[in-house]
Design a protein around this ligand. Sequence first.
Ligand SMILES: Nc1ncnc2c1ncn2[C@@H]1O[C@H](COP(=O)(O)OP(=O)(O)OP(=O)(O)O)[C@@H](O)[C@H]1O
Ligand SMILES: [Mg+2]
Length: 355
Amino acid sequence: MSKTDEQQKAILNNIPDQAWLKDADSRYILVNEAFVAACRLPEQQILNRTPVDVWPQEWGREYIDTDRRVMEQGVRLRYEERRHAEDGTLRWYDTIKTPVRNEHGDVIGSTGISRDITDRKLAEQELLESRSQLRELSAYLQSVREEERTRISRELHDELGQSLTAIRIGLGVMETQLQQDGCSADSDCSRNLQQLKHIADSTVESVQRIAADLRPLILDELGLASALDWLLESFGERSRIAVELILPPTLPVFSRDISTAIFRILQESLTNVSRHSRATSVVVELREDERDVLLKITDNGCGIDANDSRENSLGLIGMRERAFMLGGTLKIQSRKGSGTSIDVRIPKSPAGDRA
Ligand SMILES: Nc1ncnc2c1ncn2[C@@H]1O[C@H](COP(=O)(O)OP(=O)(O)OP(=O)(O)O)[C@@H](O)[C@H]1O
Ligand SMILES: [Mg+2]
């Protein structure tokens, strides 16, 4: 081996990835130590042989094919390949093949380098799997939470609400009876009764409000349009921000999942509008096209300041996730000083139902 060859070999052996040089017939001319180790053959049994002589037949044929492509096209190729190791495990490689030219520019062979990226691929796969598991868990928790809220809301409304109403009616009857029995309106007894009537009234109101905040029965009983109407109206009253709801003349009955997602996304958006936007008006539009339900929420506030995002802000992530879980998307358009617009698109039928 000449001094130059030795120097080239030293450089090649310094590379931790498999590296080689082949002639125009795909015969190995030079290979590095990493290649010899991966091949598990002595170097003498590799040099001057082709890939089918040193690798399993199937791989060898594939390597010769890619050598040809590189030499015919005269351009560098980079690709990822999967190979089963002898023990049956699947391994991934990032391979680069480049044509080698003589001084006239004719292609006289190829050179290549192949990096084992199995660990990176496994980590990527694991990350994807754990992300999808987290998404499933989050979807499951959302639905359990929604069920629980519905149940508590119903019980508050039906059980507690009914009992309080009965107490309220009973107090009214007692008041009439006291008057008939000649008890004066400013007697202690009458005053206590009045107080009890006030307490009962405000408790009925509180129960109704708490039940509606948990999950408005209107959403299940009268549908999405009425629920959005109710939500915007109560938001307008509480926040003193002007609200407008644009609805088409007719809307179909959407699935419970879609209605819940749209309702909760709007609820969260309105919370953001009142907490962060300093807006004076908000416009909400719900419509449908052939495929999707579309919700657009636009405020005329200060816009989202990208530098202002807090690490533990979960509202926007949760909204996006709700749309994603149903195969939809959520896009935010916002510029500092010129308001925020949120576009939600959710398919009317689950992804699998569509052709
Ligand atoms: N309509 C809006 N106008 C202006 N800024 C907004 C608006 N909506 C969101 N933001 C900005 O985006 C940030 C992220 O909102 P996000 O709802 O994710 O979190 P948050 O409201 O801060 O906290 P939470 O997790 O309680 O919802 C907010 O902190 C705020 O700075
Ligand atoms: Mg928020």
